[in-house]
Design a protein around this ligand. Structure first.
Ligand code: AMP
Length: 283
């Protein structure tokens, strides 16, 4: 695996790969890599000829200064994991290489700007849009791979690509989970042993709430989540919503004709975690 620290070097090599007729698969990450990230790389390797991964903790998408400072950084381990997984190129820039000048662009995403993550993390998706547009413009991949763990983020990225008419296909990949069902996340390493144990109830609650939503209703499912989370002193719920899987409009009643998804965000101690689970999968 070749490692570049500047976009100019990345561009030169990618241009020559494209001249050889190779398709480019891109996996953007913030590092502290786990099997969720590697699953995106594996998918990129399946679908494209030459894979590029980036590791960059993007400051403009953090609305909370301590979350940025405490974001885990494990570069040596990440490089080893990527090498073992067969990644072709790693782009490992510093802030100056990504933002030679301050990015003042403002993006809008309609309903996606007001709901769920957007409501709880003001400015977050604007920062995501800034960095993703810079990376996609610089790397110019044929396909870019994103995890559906960050469900709303995938929708924002798809909208961004459409708005900017970028010639890239966005590929959404499934959530990879730990043995006990907890969605893999770089933030999981910040959980204490006790918090990690408490966090393992999140996927179980999501599954039970899905049954309640289907059999009794959305209000009952929400009430169940609120009640169960409040039993855990270290947990604090930000939201649990059941939404239209296409628009993210919150549902009060599930329809068997419309795809729906439950999305949750909560704190376990000081660590903010998100997860989601399909409720009705077919149209
Ligand atoms: P991050 O490093 O957290 O910004 O994530 C980089 C990419 O990996 C994003 O597209 C995430 O959605 C994806 N990702 C993170 N965790 C998982 C997971 N558990 N399963 C699948 N994809 C994931």
């Amino acid at each position: 695996m070749i490692i570049f620290y500047t976009i100019d070097k990345v561009k030169t090599l990618i241009t020559s790969k494209k001249q050889q007729g190779k398709s480019i698969g891109f996996v953007p990450t913030m590092g502290a890599l786990h099997n969720g990230h590697i699953s995106l790389l594996n998918e990129a390797k399946q679908q494209t000829d030459y894979t590029v991964c980036s590791i960059f903790v993007n400051p403009t998408q953090f609305n909370n200064a301590s979350d940025l400072t405490l974001y885990p950084k494990t570069p040596e381990k990440d490089i080893k994991l990527l090498e073992e997984a067969g990644c072709d190129m790693l782009y490992l820039p510093d802030v100056k290489d990504v933002y030679p000048e301050k990015d003042t662009r403002i993006f809008t995403f309609g309903l996606l700007d007001t709901l769920l993550e957007a409501a709880h993390r003001p400015g977050h998706f604007n920062g995501v849009a800034q960095v993703v547009s810079i990376l996609l413009n610089g790397i110019q991949p044929s396909k870019a791979f994103f995890g559906s763990k960050d469900y709303q983020q995938v929708m924002v990225v798809k909208s961004l690509v459409e708005q900017l008419k970028l010639p890239v296909q966005i590929i959404e990949c499934p959530i990879i989970r730990e043995k006990d069902g907890l969605a893999m996340s770089s933030r999981n390493v910040r959980l204490s042993t006790e918090e990690r144990e408490v966090a393992s109830i999140i996927p179980k609650l999501m599954l039970l709430a899905r049954e309640i939503a289907i059999n009794k209703g959305v209000r009952e499912a929400k009430a169940y989540i609120i009640k169960e989370v409040s039993k855990q002193p270290s947990m604090k719920l930000e939201y649990y919503e059941i939404c239209d899987a296409v628009t993210l409009e919150p549902f009060e009643v599930i329809s068997s004709h419309k795809r729906s998804i439950a999305l949750i965000a909560l704190f376990v101690g000081n660590v903010r975690l998100i997860d989601n689970l399909a409720i009705v999968e077919t149209n």
